[in-house]
Design a protein around this ligand. Structure first.
Ligand code: GLU
Length: 313
């Protein structure tokens, strides 16, 4: 990052449901890093997938952040107001020959992968078919044999060969919706985010977003990927899909203490019953990114009496 530029971070939830402990790790981690560097912290609502957005989810997210007393800078930014810009980027990439129409179904792609492969890699079947762009086809961006390298501030040096990790990936889906990768890549660059602090589950996405930014001549931010909270029983990340419980807006201080603990900041046990403002004061004066465990995931158990308990930091 350019040393003279003001630090600008962001929190970018998709409004697919209420915030849960896992989402608060990204919210609080990005907030504390921005504030401790006298920077700005923006709030971006990633509402580009209407079928997955229950009504009321956006206001619930805003209410939770307010209950936690987390103030964002400037107006809330909504991705659904940016559809024209995303379409324009699609046209640019198409003209540059970096995008092509693909009519393969998920099932067909799965059949071309190993049976138990955890992620599907697209083998480029439609790349040279030159199918005319159609409303019913996905649009994929071309990847090549170059390795995307970056230094993650928590997880260290990263190297991704997109051709092998994902293959050519989708920027506009067959249902006409823009992909998360495209929208985030453009918005992080155009909102002049200097550093993205978010969960480790998105480490591979960072490489894809950097690839898009590169093709569009946009700058890439720096990255810091926090460990994600995972359920020790299933080994899966806490997420709405895995029934993570919404955070309790009535007791934000408890969750804040637990997130600080999760993120290796060692909050004093005596502060477990402190007020929200006392805890924020402590957090803002003690936060250090270097104390965050350099690991991809940490087990937590969720139960009724204690919201979330960190098992192994
Ligand atoms: N919108 C994504 C989510 O809620 C996160 C995006 C990001 O931080 O880049 O999972």
């Amino acid at each position: 990052m350019n040393k003279n530029r003001i630090y600008r971070g962001r929190f970018a939830p998709s409004p697919t449901g209420p915030l849960h402990f896992g989402s608060m790790i990204a919210a609080i981690g990005s907030y504390l890093e921005a504030r401790s560097r006298q920077g700005e912290w923006l709030l971006r609502i990633e509402n580009i997938d209407p079928p997955r957005e229950p009504s009321g989810a956006i206001s619930q997210i805003l209410r939770t952040l307010e209950a936690f007393d987390m103030q964002w800078d400037g107006p809330v930014y909504y991705q659904h107001e940016r559809l024209e810009r995303y379409q324009q980027a699609i046209e640019t990439l198409f003209e540059q020959g970096q995008l092509y129409s693909c009519q393969c179904s998920r099932k067909q792609i799965a059949m071309l992968n190993e049976p138990d492969s955890p992620t599907l890699v697209y083998p480029g079947t439609c790349r040279d078919r030159h199918l005319p762009p159609s409303e019913n086809h996905a649009l994929r961006v071309v990847t090549d044999g170059s390795v995307i390298l970056f230094e993650d501030r928590i997880q260290g040096r990263q190297a991704f060969l997109l051709q092998k990790e994902s293959g050519d990936f989708v920027l506009r889906r067959a249902d006409g919706l823009f992909s998360y990768q495209l929208a985030v890549a453009i918005d992080d660059a155009e909102q002049q985010i200097t550093e993205v602090v978010r969960g480790c589950d998105l480490l591979g996405s960072s490489a894809r977003q950097m690839h898009i930014q590169h093709l569009l001549g946009l700058n890439s931010p720096d990255y810091a990927h926090l460990p994600v909270a995972q359920d020790p029983q299933t080994g899966k990340k806490l997420s709405k899909q895995n029934f993570a419980r919404p955070v309790d807006d009535r007791h934000p201080a408890i969750t804040l203490w637990q997130v600080l603990d999760f993120l290796g900041q060692n909050p004093p046990p005596a502060l477990q019953s402190a007020s929200l403002s006392t805890l924020w004061q402590w957090a803002l004066s003690h936060w250090q990114l270097k104390f965050v465990p350099r690991t991809a995931a940490i087990d937590v158990i969720q139960n009724e009496t204690k919201d979330a308990q960190v098992l192994d930091t």
